[in-house]
Design a protein around this ligand. Structure first.
Ligand code: PBG
Length: 331
């Protein structure tokens, strides 16, 4: 017979420590502060594309000026980092993706603009070709095949342009093999030795990215799916191998993405590797919670609870579209 973990009633009454707010405070195991947040924002270069994203109520595509205001807001709320996602001109998307490493692309302009108004705020980027690719993929596509090594060369150029523009943290989200090592080596060689890498290490091929693809204008564009590079949602061991690989190649921090359906992976990454671990509460998770709140089906408390769960699962921080709302609640 298994040994009971706790003495039986009445020696143990677990409700004793839940009786008052003071007692509950004393035995609270994890907390959530504004310092645990990274705020993802969408910045557009297309006149008229700014404004609310229908599948992400409450989230807007921003102009460069809007991005500056968001940065100031983040800084004043104690959010340590903002992550930039470009919404690029659809007429300039092509299959060679040169704009991905153009120093003047909208993502790189946003880095500089934010650094002007909020120099202390950490600026994170996204490294992948999809905002600039005609077919919506994160890598080059030839005859329906995603080319790994050719894509890595392009990602390195993208990383250098972002570092040059002043980014503090680079976020390769493409899931090509070997990109972390290649980017790290190129950053060192170019003198960007203090630019950090937060790798999207355990990134699953998820249906929860739908609203994001609306936000960056990739919906309807994607030919096929991303299953040849993103991890099968059934695979825990493979996700852990991705994390081990990215750390070995020089990632400073790692991410699990999506978040809520993958809390088991968050916990395991933290326990196995003991490195700075982040989760991305992605667009579809935001849409579910915010949509249900707006419909009156959930109370607003669902937001804070969803974020606290990441801390309990071992995460140091969370990328979340709720960042400004959550930080305001905490202020
Ligand atoms: C693409 C990228 C995606 C997200 C971040 N970077 C989408 C994808 O892989 O198709 C999704 C983020 C979200 O859903 O909020 N490089």
């Amino acid at each position: 017979m298994a040994t009971p973990i706790i003495a039986p009633f009445p020696a143990t009454r677990l409700r004793r420590l839940r009786r008052t707010p003071a007692l509950r405070d004393m035995v609270t195991e994890v907390n959530f502060t504004a310092g645990n947040l990274i705020w993802p924002i969408f910045v557009t270069e297309v006149a008229g594309a700014e404004g609310e994203i229908p599948s992400m109520p409450g989230v807007e595509r921003l102009t460069l000026d809007g991005a500056k205001r968001a940065a100031e807001r983040a800084a004043s709320l104690g959010i340590p980092a903002i992550c930039i996602f470009p919404h690029s001109d659809p007429d300039l998307k092509n299959d060679t993706c040169e704009r991905a490493w153009d120093p003047m692309n909208i993502g790189n302009q946003a880095i500089r603009a934010i650094k002007e108004v909020a120099p202390e705020l950490a600026v994170m980027t996204d490294i992948a070709l999809d905002p600039y690719n005609i077919n919506g993929h994160d890598g080059f596509v030839v005859d329906g095949v995603i080319l790994n090594d050719e894509t890595v060369e392009a990602l390195v150029k993208m990383a250098l342009a972002q570092a040059e523009a002043g980014a503090d943290i680079l976020g390769p989200s493409d899931m090509m093999d070997g990109r972390i090592g290649a980017i790290r080596e190129a950053l060192e060689a170019a003198g960007h030795k203090d630019v950090a890498i937060l790798s999207y290490a355990a990134k699953f091929a998820s249906a929860f990215y739908g609203p994001f693809r609306d936000a960056v204008g990739a919906s309807g564009r994607l030919i096929g799916d991303k299953k040849t590079y993103q991890v099968n949602p059934a695979n825990r061991e493979e996700a852990l191998r991705c994390v081990a690989r990215d750390l070995a190649e020089g990632a400073d921090m790692v991410m699990v993405k999506p978040g809520m359906p993958y809390l088991d992976i968050c916990r395991e990454v933290k326990d196995q590797f003991g490195v700075p671990t982040f989760a991305y509460q992605v667009s579809g998770e935001y849409a579910m919670i915010e949509g249900a709140i707006r419909n009156g089906w959930l109370s607003r408390d669902a937001m804070a609870e969803s974020l606290l769960a990441f801390r309990r699962a071992g995460c140091d921080g969370v990328l979340s579209y709720f960042a400004p709302q959550m930080a305001e609640l905490l202020a």
